[in-house]
Design a protein around this ligand. Structure first.
Ligand SMILES: [Zn+2]
Ligand SMILES: [Zn+2]
Length: 330
């Protein structure tokens, strides 16, 4: 069973989950050509019995359009409580959380960039339904929605899917971002992302796409080549609170952003990560100063010694040049 550990030198929680070492990978020994479903793919239609019992489904022509199942090798799992205790200078706790997999569609070969817009909308609806369910659990501090695509992106199964992990502690990166937004607001009275968007819209050098509802940017302090940031134009701290119209618009902007990357770079491995409001009331006034956003990170460069040592990234491509390429690629 997974365990949470916190160390004072790095001030980070880590998850120790030995069971995950036993995960099979269909990238290692591909029985059929990549892009085709195999009789062993647990996410393909007809193989539903190969996944743990289903959590949710959106009905579709062949039975389902989107399915949600527990991760068979969860990073965190069900415990009655956190059981936090000190161990000398360290802290440890039960690996309390939830780890779910959203199977994006019955199609083994098409990721969100190539699925019909209506299907992407169903996926977004499912993201929100699961985030809302996990937020209302009461035992969790944060819910992370993310996608690993391709072997270099950390995916172990090729069939397109998204993952959701609910944590019972607040991860450090999330805490830093929340504190940065809160402190900026305390110092200036303004939301950091609202202000950033104003500057980007007036400069017009890193804007990849803008419509009435969303802005897609190549971030000023970009860490990776072709990294993208999707931000709602109207101030909003909470992704699951998107209205129906905004969900449709978000599905479109997400699909197009991924399509820009694949049109420019082919079937590039990537991660996307959602940054939305945490659970609970630990951050007073958060609705005024936090602004949700989604980052897409193509995995074209490797983190090496300098990055690990310093947390400082070396990006071989300027965000201005990346924006220029991405604007014309769709
Ligand atoms: Zn499949
Ligand atoms: Zn804002």
């Amino acid at each position: 069973m997974p365990e949470l550990r916190w160390g004072p030198l790095r001030r980070r929680w880590v998850i120790v989950a030995p069971e995950r070492g036993k995960r099979p990978s269909d990238f290692r020994a591909q029985a059929s050509p990549p892009g085709q479903g195999t009789s062993e793919c647990p996410f393909c239609p007809g193989n539903e019995h190969l996944t743990p019992p289903e959590i949710a489904r959106t009905p579709g022509p062949g039975g389902w359009a989107v399915r949600v199942v527990p991760n068979k090798f969860p990073a965190l799992s069900d415990y009655p409580d956190l059981g936090l205790e000190g161990q000398g200078v360290f802290r440890k706790a039960n690996g309390l959380g939830a780890h779910e997999v959203v199977i994006d569609s019955p199609d083994h070969a098409r990721d969100l960039d190539r699925l019909p817009l209506e299907q992407v909308r169903l996926v977004v609806d499912m993201y929100i339904a699961r985030l809302q369910a996990l937020y209302s659990d009461g035992r969790f501090r944060y819910v992370q929605l993310f996608k690993n695509h391709g072997r270099e992106g950390g995916a172990s199964l090729a069939h397109p899917h998204t993952q959701i992990i609910a944590t019972s502690v607040l991860p450090s990166e999330v805490e830093w971002r929340l504190a940065a937004a809160r402190d900026h607001h305390a110092a200036t009275g303004r939301c950091l992302l609202c202000e950033m968007m104003e500057e980007e819209l007036s400069a017009q050098v890193r804007v990849v796409e803008e419509d009435d509802q969303f802005l897609v940017l190549s971030p000023y302090d970009t860490r990776f080549p072709f990294e993208l940031l999707i931000v709602p134009r109207e101030h909003a701290h909470d992704f699951p609170a998107l209205s129906g119209e905004e969900r449709a618009s978000f599905a479109g902007v997400l699909k197009r952003s991924l399509a820009r990357l694949s049109s420019l770079l082919g079937d590039v491995p990537y991660n996307f990560v959602l940054h939305t409001s945490p659970c609970g009331g630990d951050w007073p006034g958060i609705e005024g100063w936090y602004h949700w956003h989604l980052e897409i990170i193509p995995r074209l460069t490797k983190l090496a010694g300098f990055e690990w040592g310093t947390g400082m990234f070396i990006n071989p491509m300027s965000p201005e040049a990346a924006a220029e390429h991405l604007r014309t690629a769709v």
